[in-house]
Ligand binder design. Structure first.
Ligand SMILES: [Zn+2]
Length: 257
């Protein structure tokens, strides 16, 4: 069974078929789903989905693109969601830094929000799900301020060197459909260089649909294309990639026996 480590089923793109799609996933080879929130409302929706479906889990947090006006009350709301739903909330995320869009909240607010969430992850002993876009060095140095916190850099887009630093810090890396894109260069290089026990897979649905369904709304059934591409890059079987990435995710989110 595949483990979907990152999909936004709480978004409006799934309003027409969310429940039917989510209930059908275990029969289609996807045994677990983690839905990370991006603000308080979507974190709440993710928790509701996790309460409704036994194979769905939530992460709660404020995304760097959504942290404008971020305050201590916001963090308290995220904390309450995690504390009140310990069986559903398996991580703090999606958090991090995004310097790509010029209209994003200012960098100081992003950093403050990111640090506060990492401190929350440490306090609650939960892993962190990190979004990093065009902010590699700041993300890495902030992560290093929290040596006790484990996490994943989702949709990893950085260099092999930084990936090795993260692995040495005990972190994981996860890969999306972008590894299947023709212009993908860095991600396949990183996939080839990492120890297999540090790799997880995700679709980041509804975004980033892999080849051959690129451009459509993405969903977790497309994990097979990412699994197969990683198998091809590493020269091992898809079954081996599936077994390893699922074991890694169960261990990472604390869902093993
Ligand atoms: Zn995401």
């Amino acid at each position: 069974m595949l483990f979907e480590t990152h999909a936004h089923y709480d978004t409006r793109q799934f309003d027409d078929d969310r429940d039917a799609l989510l209930s059908s996933l275990p029969d289609q080879g996807v045994g677990w789903v983690v839905d990370p929130g991006c603000d308080i409302a979507s974190s709440r929706r993710a928790v509701e989905l996790a309460r409704k479906f036994p194979h769905v889990y939530a992460a709660v947090g404020i995304h760097p693109e959504d942290c404008a006006g971020y305050s201590a009350e916001d963090l308290a709301a995220i904390r309450a969601l995690a504390v009140e739903n310990p069986a559903q909330v398996v991580a703090i995320g999606e958090i991090g830094l995004d310097y790509y869009w010029p209209e994003n909240p200012d960098r100081d607010t992003q950093k403050r929000c990111f640090r506060d969430h990492l401190a929350l992850a440490r306090e609650l002993d939960l892993p962190a799900i990190v979004h990093n876009r065009e902010a590699h060095q700041d993300c890495l140095s902030i992560v290093k301020e929290f040596p006790g916190v484990r996490g994943v850099f989702h949709c990893y887009s950085g260099a092999v060197e930084d990936a090795k630093t993260l692995v040495a810090l005990g972190w994981m890396l996860s890969f999306t459909g972008s590894v299947t894109y023709k212009n993908a260069r860095k991600a396949p290089e990183v996939v080839a260089a990492l120890p297999l026990d540090r790799i997880m897979i995700e679709t980041d649905s509804p975004y980033l649909a892999p080849v051959p369904v690129r451009g459509r709304r993405n969903d977790s059934r497309n994990l097979v294309y990412i699994r197969d591409k990683i198998a091809e890059i590493r020269g091992i079987s898809p079954e081996e990639v599936e077994r390893a990435t699922t074991e890694n995710a169960l261990r990472f989110f604390g869902l093993g026996d």
